[in-house]
Design a protein around this ligand. Sequence first.
Ligand SMILES: C[S@@+](CC[C@H](N)C(=O)[O-])C[C@H]1O[C@@H](n2cnc3c(N)ncnc32)[C@H](O)[C@@H]1O
Length: 287
Amino acid sequence: MSQEPRDFSSISPSAKSLQMMKGYTNIPYAQQTAALMQGTEIFDLNFEEKDFWFWIRVMHFESRYWSIDQLMKLTDNKNILEISSGYSLRGLDLCARDESIHYIDTDLPEVVAMKEDMITRLHLAKDITGRFELIPLNVIDGSAFKSVVDRFSDRPITIVNEGLLMYLNTEEKIIVCKTIHSILKQRGGCWITADIYVKRPGEVTLPQSKSETAFLEQHKIEENKFDSYEAARDFFENLGFEIEKEAVPNYQELSVMPHLLKVLPEEVRNSKEPPPKIQATWMLKAV
Ligand SMILES: C[S@@+](CC[C@H](N)C(=O)[O-])C[C@H]1O[C@@H](n2cnc3c(N)ncnc32)[C@H](O)[C@@H]1O
């Protein structure tokens, strides 16, 4: 009996929550796009009383965003594909600054439609000098993935993503990895993924609203994370990847820091320890 294809669109509301948080950072276009977001968001975040935990989250997502840029600077690839980009406009920003870039920005159809509308309403397309394309892509569809890649000239490509793999089960992750591996093997280039999340120790819990807990449970986020960084390394190596580089977070430079410092509890302020590592961003090559 054939299985119903999974409806990935139930994941998309998380992109709105993330963009609303990023609206408090200096991530390009985040303030303008967040200001267009209407109504409630799925995590039921408390935007009224922005406490320590609110700013910690914003810090995490700001840091994750820049970690990808940090590794992108190490490549000179002009062909860049972002998968599951949500409302992020990294590609538009790059294409506004560099006319030699061809950036293909992708997500599921509803997100792409909303993003297109945002770009139009904010008149952002006028900034572009490079080639920027916004195209629907379900990453599980290997042939659609390859058709999108065929839009690039015949040069190495950089594939980037953040905030996707923890929504995919092992089988789905393997499908995506195999597609990306065969593309990189053929073309050269690299995959920069910020999705190396490891399971939290059982005793660690974070303050969460009921709706966030329900959303994360519905999508089996904790279960989908890697057991450890070693397990993540083995997973990618078994699929023919090699870890070329890991991004190094630079917390001091984050735009969120002044806000976070104002609400920092005394014991954290006095600690010399960096925040605990819950995630890593890797540059992977196909070998
Ligand atoms: C947590 S959001 C991250 C969005 C963005 N990358 C960011 O960090 O702000 C997850 C994104 O994955 C997208 N997504 C989920 N399943 C997908 C699939 N099968 N193919 C492509 N995108 C998918 C959702 O639509 C959503 O935009």
